[in-house]
Design a protein around this ligand. Structure first.
Ligand code: NAD
Length: 360
């Protein structure tokens, strides 16, 4: 007999809510994370209940079909709104694109917070929300404060490790919230990741994530620049990657996410698959924007992040298809600029010169 999802209405909320986990946002990261979380939880307790929810219903259906193929006995349902998801489960994980989506899923009508207000005090207090989205620090703090006013707990727990880490269950979670909320969420996070790092009060996980991605966004461009330059100087891509990866230039963008097909013979980064999968350039533009926005409020200068943000934006403006591709496809933007003898986006702010730089 073919396993199917159950209707949420068939579940007795009072009996199942405590053993039920909802996952909202089944995109590139969320689908892998939910798979690890649910399969490990199911192995521990086969009466556990699982609920999924996505703005694209076909993503939720595809996830359920795939999961039930592997675990035909699992109790699984699709929620059509975040409200249904939190009424069904005392643990809710969200993995959404960015700030507007988190506001919608938590605060708007049909969202988690209005639904939490419908629950009894005991049920609300037994609820924990984990948001793994990378979003604006202040929006994350505001949503967490609003959630906590209902009696529920909430942490920001953005991740590092990409789709590969999500699939392997080796993500790093950067957690912000109270220490008690951190302890409460640890077992859930441990089913999806390897390193769970407490960063501090609400918003601290997001601050750490934004700083990390600032490094990554700049790093990926400079690796693409070096790989292109080296090949135009006659170097073989795999030889050059081998040199960088065993020298002082070694970094994730070169040794794991190298932007040149064939540069990493033992690995299969997105560049080997026409830059499909991985971390979308549009999401990296968002993250560079999150860093530059927050830097204005904190007064911390980010000249490289500003330049990198302009480069990613120019890449997508000229080649819109790169927006959905892995951000290492910035290499293609540089490659096409080189072939066409075109300048890239960067203009030096200090002296308004175009590279090559002149001394100032
Ligand atoms: P994605 O666009 O593939 O997935 C987002 C999912 O959220 C989609 O399935 C979408 O339909 C769903 N969604 C959007 N609005 C919704 C709503 N209102 N209700 C329910 N579902 C909704 O994005 P992703 O690559 O999985 O990234 C998710 C988050 O993780 C982003 O904040 C990103 O910055 C961060 N992140 C991504 C990577 C990566 O390598 N992809 C790595 C680290 C962190």
């Amino acid at each position: 007999m073919r396993a199917t999802t159950r209707s949420l209405q068939q579940w007795d909320r009072y009996l199942s809510r405590g053993k039920s986990t909802s996952f909202i946002g089944l995109g590139r990261m969320g689908s892998e994370m939910a798979y690890n979380l649910f399969s490990k939880r199911y192995a521990e307790a086969n009466d556990a209940h699982f609920v999924v929810c996505d703005a694209m219903p076909e993503s939720a259906t595809r996830f359920c079909e795939n999961f039930l193929k592997q675990f035909p006995g699992a109790k699984m349902a699709i929620a059509s709104t975040p409200e249904e998801a939190v009424l069904a489960s005392s643990t809710v994980i969200t993995m959404l694109p960015s700030s507007p989506h988190v506001r919608k899923v938590y605060s708007e009508s049909g969202g988690l917070i209005p639904a939490l207000r419908l629950l009894s005090e005991t049920e609300a207090k037994a609820t924990v929300c984990i948001d793994s989205t990378t979003l604006d620090v202040q929006v994350g703090r505001d949503v967490a404060a609003e959630t906590r006013q209902t009696g529920a707990e909430m942490v920001d727990a953005p991740v590092s490790g990409g789709v590969t880490g999500a699939k392997a269950g080796t993500l790093s979670f950067l957690v912000g919230g109270t220490e008690s909320a951190f302890r409460l969420t640890q077992p859930t996070l441990a089913r999806m990741g390897q390193r769970i790092i407490y960063c501090g009060a609400s918003g601290a996980g997001l601050a750490a994530k934004i700083c990390n991605n600032l490094v990554l966004g700049v790093e990926q461009i400079v690796v693409a620049e070096a790989m292109l330059l080296g090949q135009r100087l006659g170097l073989n891509a795999a030889v050059l990657a081998g040199v960088i990866n065993s020298s002082t230039g070694a970094c994730w963008s070169s040794s794991v996410n190298n932007p040149v097909p064939g540069a990493l013979p033992d690995r299969s980064p997105p560049s080997e698959r026409e830059y499909e999968g991985g971390f979308a350039t549009s999401l990296m533009i968002k993250d560079m924007g999150l860093a530059t926005d927050v830097s204005q409020a904190s007064g911390s200068p980010l000249p490289l992040a500003e330049a990198a943000g302009r480069i990613y934006q120019d890449a997508v403006r000229l080649h819109p298809e790169l927006g959905k591709k892995d951000f290492s496809s910035v290499y293609q933007y540089l490659q096409r600029a080189a072939e066409e003898g075109r300048k890239t986006a960067y203009v030096c702010r200090a002296c308004q010169c175009d590279p090559p730089f002149r001394a100032i």
